[in-house]
Write a protein that binds this ligand. Structure first.
Ligand code: HEC
Ligand code: HEC
Length: 322
């Protein structure tokens, strides 16, 4: 009796040690695969929800129903329901056999293949820098979108190679983050940005963390959604992509007056136009003879104004705005 008790205890002891050992191997294994396995547990609508409102930055442009304040992109409440007709449209345009989830995947993989009416091709490649979601994080976000008007179905979420190959770790398939070739000094860049007596003086038009003017977009988190390449282009050639809500226009009134600036409002009552000094002119709708969209941004190109060294300092500063 006593002997068999000790045998039993020994047996349980060995079993326990075995489990602990196995457990430690398993944790090591998944630990070694690194960052991607950590989020693998989050390939659920809940995991996607936290990415949507956090790391994915989706909320800076999109709202979900009445939650959120993003307006640069379409409201994504019910997006899975309307994805059915969007997929039909894409199939009619030559995509073959696209499903509703297929449309959601394409919206993220190749956001410019279909640009929602009333919006611009401003949706970033969220699996590239600076947002740089891993393949599993993209899957989770799509799972979350599926629940907006339809049901979570992981079997439908098959990512195309351009996303599936990201976040594997190492160099293979990973999208490298852009690195400036000259190290700038962000502190010097910050003073150039805010020095209103200098040639650069971006704060004449832009706000960062509550300081500055509001002619152009608030840049407090510009590096969180915009790539370094986009920011560089914005400074050197601002008219290539004009941020939505800041479209330049020329208004001719019936009395022959011409007002140019950013179109702030255009409704049945009036047209509001803001000039580069931030002054707003209100033109009663009845007085408007012609309203024309311009191709040249209100932001001047800085290519000829800014010295190379200043440019790199300024860029270093802008890239800290996350
Ligand atoms: C910088 C702004 C911005 C960010 C950040 C952004 N989007 Fe978008 N998104 C847009 C714009 C603008 C459109 C509409 C133009 C288009 O269809 O490409 C759009 C379109 C979409 C659509 C298609 C909607 C429809 O009605 O067909 C989906 C889905 C979507 N985005 C998901 C996301 C998700 C998920 C994220 C985060 C991982 C995200 N977006 C981040 C701006 C953004
Ligand atoms: C005269 C006003 C004015 C000045 C000065 C100005 N900007 Fe702009 N900026 C704008 C306007 C208006 C837009 C939006 C239209 C567009 O995209 O071109 C804009 C857009 C941008 C964008 C793109 C933001 C986005 O989310 O798409 C960046 C980045 C930017 N400016 C950086 C700068 C920097 C850096 C400086 C200083 C070197 C500067 N701007 C000086 C008016 C100005």
């Amino acid at each position: 009796m006593q002997k068999s008790f000790w045998y039993m205890a020994l047996f349980i002891g060995i079993l326990l040690c075995g489990f602990i050992y196995l457990g430690s191997i398993i944790t090591k294994l998944s630990g070694e695969k690194g960052k991607t396995t950590e989020v693998a547990t989050g390939v659920t609508p809940e995991g996607g929800e936290s990415i949507f409102w956090g790391k994915g930055q989706c909320h800076t442009c999109h709202s979900i129903g009445s939650t959120g304040s993003g307006i640069r992109g379409p409201n994504l409440g019910d997006v899975a329901a309307r994805a059915v007709s969007r997929a039909e449209e894409r199939n009619a345009a030559g995509a073959s056999g696209m499903t509703a989830t297929g449309y959601l995947i394409e919206s993220i993989a190749q956001p410019n293949n279909y640009v929602v009416k009333g919006f611009k091709a401003e949706m970033p490649y969220v699996y590239k820098a600076p947002i740089a979601l891993s393949a599993d994080e993209v899957k989770a976000v799509i799972a979350y979108l599926q629940t907006q008007g339809s049901e979570f179905d992981i079997a439908q979420i098959v990512l195309p190679p351009e996303i599936a190959d990201t976040g594997k770790g190492g160099d293979e398939g990973a999208v490298a983050e852009w690195k400036p070739y000259v190290e700038g000094d962000a502190a010097v860049g910050e003073s150039l940005f805010f020095d209103l007596k200098g040639d650069i003086a971006c704060a004449k038009c832009h706000t960062v963390n509550g300081v500055g003017a509001k002619v152009g977009p608030d840049l407090s988190t510009v590096a969180a959604t915009r790539s370094a390449e986009y920011i560089i282009e914005s400074i050197l050639e601002p008219s290539v992509v004009i941020a939505s809500g800041f479209e330049p226009v020329k208004v001719k009134t019936k009395k022959g007056k011409i007002i140019t600036g950013i179109l702030k409002e255009d409704n049945d009552e009036h047209v509001l136009v803001m000039n580069s000094a931030g002054e707003v002119t209100e033109i009663p709708k009845g007085d408007v003879k012609k309203l024309k969209q311009l191709k040249m941004s209100v932001m001047p190109p800085f290519g000829n104004v800014i010295k190379m060294e200043d440019f790199h300092n300024l860029l270093a500063y802008l890239l800290t705005l996350k």
